[in-house]
Design a protein around this ligand. Sequence first.
Ligand SMILES: [Mg+2]
Ligand SMILES: [Zn+2]
Length: 249
Amino acid sequence: MKENLSVSPWNSSPAPVVFSDFDGTISLVDVADAILEQFADPSWRKVEEEWVRGSIGSEECLRRQMALVKTTAKQLNALIDAVPLDPDFSTFYRFVQMQRLPFYIVSDSFDYVIRRALKRAGADGELRNGKHLFSSALRLVRGELHLSFPHSKINCPHGCATCKAAIIQRVRGERCPVVFVGDGLSDRFAVEEADMIFAKEELLDYCHEKGLDCVPFQTFRDVQAGVAKLLGLEMSACDVALNVAAQGV
Ligand SMILES: [Mg+2]
Ligand SMILES: [Zn+2]
């Protein structure tokens, strides 16, 4: 599968499908961790250790951790609204739309958090109405968090809250190349399904450890440059087109 994609651009069909993690990737901090740090009993860290060791899956991890959270809608919204987002994500999202590349968010984290943050980033449509967003679900009822995991059970041998690997297999179809963008250990099964990996932080270390080819990135501008190259596009031409689109010309 990984046949020198960095040298031969994907300027022929089929076009790639792009998948991205949310926490720590589109948001610059892990929002689930921030919720736990601010509102949970400190014993959440013990549960986290079990997950990092691989002795529990992310669904059990989140169920046990979020049961330790006490908060209000006002506090939760304030936390989400203060989370810094990748400054280049909005432009990247316009880029994939202009190039008609299917783009999906796959996340263990929560629909409520992601939708609220995306609204701030100006990303609307399929991402926010849920068609292209696969995540865990969170509802806040009288200060209690109610979780559900609508994408946990399909072909998942890992105990994932959201099985990114199974979703990629299902969405990609027969021959579409897959681009994956991520930052952490919750992406460790997803990258096995990708033809091109953009990685930072812990995911970058993980890819190096496992000998997986990946492109290091800092912001979505780097991802955009990498995808543009794959498509055989000049980044400067993309910038001009995006600026025109942004001005509504
Ligand atoms: Mg992440
Ligand atoms: Zn899984």
